[in-house]
Design a protein around this ligand. Structure first.
Ligand SMILES: *Cc1c(COP(=O)(O)O)cnc(C)c1O
Length: 222
């Protein structure tokens, strides 16, 4: 399993480098977030042993069972929370995460702001946009995105650095990635978290600075 994960990491890094080159971009400007949701702590350790230091998890509770221990062993480890966040989990999220990618509504902004006060710790934040306006998905709607991003920039200042999206399964992802990139540009935000195993090369062509890749590294989820 360890060599499988190490080999997959190398292959994904090579694909990132090739996509960057093809788009006239510097691969150093693209960060790989290894999405370890549902995977064991030993799988995460295998990725760490191969030099991967940046991870993504969907659920606060699951992240809590894996990452505090690993942080002691690997002080350079960084954790992104990438799943829809309930307000009652905001305090745990603020305590655990280096980056919360899924700020998507005023109530959650309130909960995060209050948690930052209480914890004395201020994770980096991205606003998630539901670019497909899918009812079952988290993310602020397209129509409300500009106003919400503006209010979060005012409230959180330099902690708010960019945008994230998960396009609909059946859609052309490039149209969604380009919409997100244009929205970030309007607000002068530099970070774009977009692209997963199936479409990260397209996302890089559209300007992604962070790609979130799970199954291409750790294998299919059960
Ligand atoms: C699971 C997940 C990923 C990774 O998906 P893969 O298809 O396994 O690469 C990326 N982003 C989010 C928000 C996810 O939930």
């Amino acid at each position: 399993m360890d060599t499988y994960i190490a080999a997959n990491l190398l292959a994904v890094q090579a694909r990132i480098a090739a996509a960057a080159r093809a788009g006239g971009r510097d691969a150093a400007d693209i960060s790989l977030v290894a999405v370890s949701k549902t995977k064991s702590i030993s799988d995460v350790r295998a990725a760490l042993a191969a030099g991967q230091m940046l991870f993504g998890e969907n659920r606060v509770q699951e992240a809590e069972t894996k990452f505090p221990t690993l942080r002691v062993e690997f002080p350079g480890l960084k954790l992104h929370l990438i799943g829809g966040l309930q307000t009652n989990k905001a305090r745990d999220a603020v305590r655990l995460a280096d980056v919360i990618e899924t700020l998507d509504r005023p109530k959650l902004a309130d909960a995060i702001a209050s948690a930052v006060q209480k914890e004395g710790r201020s994770p980096t934040l991205l606003v998630e946009v539901n670019t497909g306006d899918e009812p079952q998905k988290s993310g602020v709607s397209r129509a409300e995105a500009d106003a919400f991003v503006g209010s979060c920039m005012t409230r959180f200042g330099a902690a708010l650095v960019g945008l994230m999206c998960v396009p609909p399964h059946d859609a052309d992802p490039a149209a969604h990635f380009m919409w997100l990139a244009a929205c970030a540009r309007r607000h002068g935000l530099g970070v774009l978290s977009m692209g997963m195993s199936a479409d990260f090369e397209i996302a890089i062509r559209c300007g992604a600075t962070h790609v979130r890749v799970g199954s291409a590294i750790f294998g299919a989820r059960g």
